[in-house]
Design a protein around this ligand. Structure first.
Ligand code: NDP
Length: 227
């Protein structure tokens, strides 16, 4: 059987790291993009993972890693890089620096990553999954907490939708995924799930995606979420 390849954008910690672990154990070739490879100690310990430098907000960094798509057909592209930003309550407009950092990471990041590798994934009939959040669901939101993060993930969802329109007809399947509230640096200790359980669920959702799921928004159990 041919070895499958996954490229993970943002694999130094949290869910990206756990995806790298689980896909490596499952026998996949894992290409793991991290901002500072020399500091990604936990990832280095995962057998068989190929680290490469990647800042999802940097056009130059993506241009430097674009060659990876020529080496192997990409069966799966995972965009895990994300930033929560200020943990606000109520309707609090962010400062310019927070706005730029969160929007660049959560919106520009997936745009650039998908633009760079989308054709390679579509050509292989593969999948593209962006880790979004239920906090970005306009239909499901009932709170104002984390206003900037919510707005960024709602925008990321539109990035996914447009990517689905672009790459679906070329053979790819593009989805937004909500991992649940997970105990990572971002989710904190109060999270409902550990990273292992979330990623195991997300892998099974990704594995089961049919072509008609293109442009969908699902949680880690496979439940469809409203945009
Ligand atoms: P963490 O904060 O634990 O990890 C964030 C990861 O993103 C780190 O690996 C970080 O790298 C990387 N990253 C941030 N900015 C960049 C960048 N510019 N280029 C490359 N990598 C970058 O987050 P989680 O693992 O918990 O979250 C992963 C995704 O899941 C995020 O998109 C998040 O919004 C989403 N999510 C998480 C939830 C949770 O409960 N944890 C809930 C809902 C959604 P570095 O080490 O260099 O900082």
């Amino acid at each position: 059987m041919t070895q499958k390849t996954v490229l993970i954008a943002g694999a130094s910690r949290g869910l990206g790291l756990e995806f790298a672990r689980q896909y490596s154990i499952a026998g996949w070739k894992v290409l793991a993009g991290v901002r500072e490879p020399a500091r990604a100690v936990a990832l280095m310990r995962v057998k068989g993972v190929e680290l490469f430098p990647l800042d999802v907000t940097s056009a130059g960094s993506l241009a430097d890693s674009a060659w990876l798509a020529d080496e192997d057909p990409l069966d799966l592209l995972l965009v895990c890089a994300g930033l929560y930003g200020p943990d606000t309550a109520g309707f609090l407009a962010p400062g310019d620096a927070d706005f730029d950092a969160v929007m660049r990471t959560n919106v520009l990041g997936p745009m650039r990553v998908i633009q760079t590798f989308g054709d390679s994934v579509a050509k292989a009939g593969g999948r593209i999954a962006v880790l979004s959040s239920a906090m970005g669901s306009i239909g499901a939101s009932t709170q104002t907490s984390g206003l900037l993060y919510r707005a960024s993930k709602a925008a990321a969802n539109m990035v996914v939708k447009c990517a689905a329109l672009e790459y679906g007809p070329k053979g790819g399947t593009v989805v937004a995924l909500h991992p649940g509230w997970v105990r990572t640096d971002m989710g904190g200790e109060g999270g409902e799930l550990d990273a292992y359980t979330s990623v195991r669920g997300l892998r099974s959702v990704i594995e089961g995606l049919e072509a008609q799921a293109n442009g969908g928004f699902f949680d880690w159990r496979g439940e469809a979420l409203p945009w």
